[in-house]
Design a protein around this ligand. Structure first.
Ligand SMILES: [Zn+2]
Length: 334
């Protein structure tokens, strides 16, 4: 049976990977975790990033799914044991019957650049990783057939004109496999463990904040050199907080920056910059969107107005804002 821990980890992983627009777009991609007799998978048509305790996933009877697959029957609704009310398992559920505990299917933009061109099978990885190359097949039963017929025990499946499947028994292994493929596809000279590092970071920040936080890579803000956020409007002061947490070189530790930030401000940062990538950190997707919008607004104002002419709030005004009951309530809603 799937444990409470498995479900919690499943929700965390879906929210984490689902927030990267270069890994999943819209309702694409799906993740599953399984036990001997059960499998937890995304509900059809839902967004990975909106996964929560009672939303966007279903837990199915693994043996019943295996039987349906053997009989070539695609109506999987009857296998649902619990989860989202009226949820249907993702149409890709059959290849999630692959043996490893975690099966993660994504549509990474950086990988599709290779998979959508001639010579797609020439993308090779260093080391002894087991990779399988699957020529394009219609998603659903035909794709599951192609995968099982090619090699049911691979760690990585490269799907031509479609995406990637990562198989592993722990989340840490899923993320380090993803890092290996990402670094292989990246043209950058500094190879960073993007997914493993940022997953650990958001877990640590969530522990400090005592709430499950979401980290979203910023799509609208590409460059950030600001050390402080000037308090120029109520929303900018409240949502962007004091300053971004910034890691400027690959030898610095994001974790030690986080602890310093927490000690100084007794809160987690809303904006995180790691080398040339900017992220926002919030309590929900809505909260992250608010931060991202305000960051874009802040940069537009401070880039176009003469800094000597900017009018800012005094500490007294700031204090009044932060302690205003109405403002605190509004912040707690998002
Ligand atoms: Zn897909």
């Amino acid at each position: 049976m799937l444990t409470e821990d498995d479900i919690q980890s499943y929700i965390r992983l879906c929210r984490f990977l689902g927030s990267y627009k270069d890994l999943v777009q819209g309702s694409g991609g799906n993740i599953s975790v399984k036990s001997e007799d059960q499998i937890c998978i995304k509900s059809s048509g839902r967004l990975l990033s909106e996964t929560s305790r009672d939303n966007a996933y279903v837990v199915c009877d693994r043996n019943a799914l295996q039987e349906l697959y053997a009989k070539r029957l695609e109506d999987t609704r009857q296998t649902v044991l619990y989860g989202e009310t009226k949820g249907t398992p993702s149409m890709e559920v059959f290849f999630h019957l692959l043996p490893s505990k975690w099966v993660v299917h994504l549509h990474p933009t950086w990988l599709l650049k290779y998979l959508c061109q001639e010579g797609w099978q020439s993308l090779t990885l260093d080391g002894n990783l087991s990779c399988t190359y699957v020529p394009y097949t219609t998603p659903g039963l035909p794709l599951a057939d192609a995968i099982f017929a090619s090699q049911p025990h691979s760690s990585l499946y490269f799907l031509q004109n479609h995406g990637l499947i990562v198989c592993a028994d722990t989340i840490e292994d899923v993320l380090s496999l993803l890092d290996i493929v990402h670094n292989q596809c990246s043209k950058k000279t500094t190879k960073l463990a993007e997914y493993s590092t940022m997953y650990a970071f958001v877990q640590n920040a969530s522990k400090l904040a005592n709430t499950e936080l979401i980290l979203r890579p910023c799509s609208i803000v590409r460059e950030l050199h600001d050390r402080l956020f000037l308090p120029i409007t109520p929303d900018i002061s409240l949502f962007l907080k004091h300053m971004p947490l910034a890691q400027e070189s690959s030898c610095e530790s994001l974790e030690s920056h986080l602890i310093t930030y927490w000690k100084q401000f007794e809160t987690y940062p809303a904006v995180v910059k790691r080398l040339d990538r900017v992220y926002v950190l919030g309590k929900s997707i809505t909260h992250c969107i608010c931060i991202e919008d305000l960051l874009a607004q802040y940069l537009e104002i401070t880039r176009t107005v003469d800094p000597n002419r900017l009018t800012m709030f005094s500490n007294e005004v700031l204090f009044a804002l932060k302690t205003s009951e109405k403002e605190v309530q509004r912040l707690n809603i998002v």
